[in-house]
Design a protein around this ligand. Sequence first.
Ligand SMILES: [Zn+2]
Ligand SMILES: [Zn+2]
Length: 287
Amino acid sequence: MGISPAKRDLASPDNWALAKGGVYFSKSQKMNRSELGRADLHVHTLASDGIRSPEECVRLANELELDVLAITDHDRVLGALIALEEAEKMGYSVSVVPGTEITTCQGHLLALYVKEEIPSMYSLIETVGEIHCRGGLAIAPHVGLGLSPVSISAKTIARLYQKGEKLDGIEVQNPHYWRRHLEQARLLSLYYGISPVAGSDDHFGNFGREVQTLFLGKTAADLRTSIEQGTTLAVRSDLPLRKISVNERIFQLTRGLTDDVPRKAKRSHIFVSNLLRPEELKDKIQS
Ligand SMILES: [Zn+2]
Ligand SMILES: [Zn+2]
């Protein structure tokens, strides 16, 4: 398999251990962790089944001094567009990466650096192709976690590569992973040379507190280059978590159960952005 030496070096368990100690190593570089950018690449807002508004998410990310926050609501980009606008308006130092978590026939798939909706319920290979056509990056989240078809399996990734398509990143840190998922994701990252990233898959405003993607640079553009060059690192962050009330949990659960966009959009080419405009969503959130 064509893994570049740099990627093999960065993804190796030895370097993960070193990263935990606060130092980032590759054969050619040695940097303090504080010099690296910090990002969370998988966050849900009130625009899908999260409980915090996009504006609130950006404010919290800024307070946490994250460098980059990717907003990835289920099958829609609305939350990300609002967050982008808010970060600019408020002059926050955090950069927002617009994205979405697409429901494919083989499991969820993150699309980063996209501002348009990408149809759900297509095959993984078709969806990865579509993301690349639109200039985005395709990241496999929570690989092998939960029941099919929520998560892409290792076998599906193998089939994707057999057919000549490629992923840009894979979550090798996700707070929902068990040890075996972590090991499987690390092996896939190594074997196929897929950049290792971390995503909290947060719905409550605790993003960036459990896991973080470290990258060379500080901006959204730097993060993209780092993912493309395989110089990202996924680490646990162990910051104190915000307490989530029972009411918040019930609210999130209700939103998750009533969020039926994938079914509505199923092969019908109805793009969600046509259904709700940012101003309409803002009204909905404020009312
Ligand atoms: Zn998911
Ligand atoms: Zn998610």
